[in-house]
Design a protein around this ligand. Structure first.
Ligand SMILES: C[S@@+](CC[C@H](N)C(=O)[O-])C[C@H]1O[C@@H](n2cnc3c(N)ncnc32)[C@H](O)[C@@H]1O
Length: 286
């Protein structure tokens, strides 16, 4: 039996009304339809009477069933927009978050001021995951050297795919346990969005704990163990006056500032995210 786009939309909306706890929106369904038929949003909205073929229907049903199972939309579709770019994702990498986007323009602003006076300008994105931070900066500033570093082999396969998909010849991929692979005085800027959720935390959405990679989420010592390591190791790897940008959890900013002060970092600034949460610190090498 052939089905029009409108019938599928109506049928799916009725289906999700009967499962209110699933948090699936009309927009999620439209994204699944877009991916299944390979068209954009305006096509779906303006072509309600178009029929979809059986292969497209199988694809759509697969996506919709995965959503109903609780899988995040980005994993269902295999991609996520971040800043101005689209990144491949799978269950081996964290889904890029909107609250992380803010750091791209902050780094570009600060980097533009430093770059003028430097020939060899290096940024390390430590724990790159999908590569969303480093690759977005690389796309915006083609003359800066961006080093994408990751410890997880599985994550690095997606990182490599994103790097290859829009080859940026100013990027380098390095496997490293935080900053251990880097020589003294390598970087002008180090940025990291490390795992920062306390290991035993139970207040975490099922869609996150069931689907996203443990090594991207959890850190012992109140969620601060990886942050402490990055702060400590950055002191060696940053150049003189180099900057460290680090993301933290919604209630960790004061503790991160303490860790930075204990390590003698200077000029510590706190950066708010879109929800006015103290999400990042930027500070200068001691
Ligand atoms: C919170 S995710 C951030 C991913 C990406 N930068 C983003 O913002 O979406 C943390 C990343 O750090 C990586 N990671 C965890 N422990 C690491 C370590 N010891 N050394 C390097 N990377 C590590 C994880 O594999 C994961 O990709």
């Amino acid at each position: 039996m052939s089905l029009t786009l409108e019938k599928i939309l109506v049928r799916s909306l009725t289906d999700i009304k009967n499962q209110p706890n699933k948090n699936i929106t009309k927009s999620d369904i439209i994204y699944c339809l877009m991916e299944a038929i390979g068209k954009d949003k305006s096509y779906i909205i303006t072509n309600h009477d178009k029929e979809i073929d059986s292969n497209q229907l199988i694809k759509f049903n697969f996506f919709f069933d995965s959503l109903k199972d609780g899988m995040p939309l980005a994993y269902v579709l295999g991609n996520q927009f971040f800043y101005k770019y689209k990144y491949y994702v799978n269950h081996n990498v964290l889904i890029p978050r909107p609250e992380t986007e803010i750091i791209i323009s902050e780094i570009i602003n600060r980097g533009d001021q430093i770059y003028e006076s430097k020939k060899n300008f290096n940024i390390i994105d430590a724990g790159s995951g999908s590569g969303c931070i480093g690759l977005s900066i690389a796309s915006e500033r083609g003359r800066w050297n961006i080093i994408l570093s990751e410890k997880s082999l599985d994550a690095s396969k997606i990182l490599n795919k994103n790097y290859q998909s829009e080859y940026r010849d100013n990027c380098f991929l390095v496997m490293s346990d935080w900053l251990s692979a880097f020589k003294e005085g390598t970087a002008d800027i180090i940025v990291s969005n490390p795992p920062y959720i306390e290991t035993n935390c139970t207040e975490i959405a099922r869609s996150v704990s069931d689907y996203e990679p443990t090594e991207a989420l959890f850190s012992p010592d109140g969620g601060l163990s990886d942050i402490k390591r990055i702060v400590f190791e950055s002191k060696k790897v940053l150049k003189k006056d180099g900057l460290l940008f680090i993301e933290n959890g919604f209630d960790q900013s004061e503790k991160v500032v303490e860790i930075l002060k204990e390590n003698y970092y200077k000029d510590i600034d706190i950066i708010l995210d879109y929800n006015n949460i103290k999400r990042f610190t930027v500070s200068r090498k001691p």
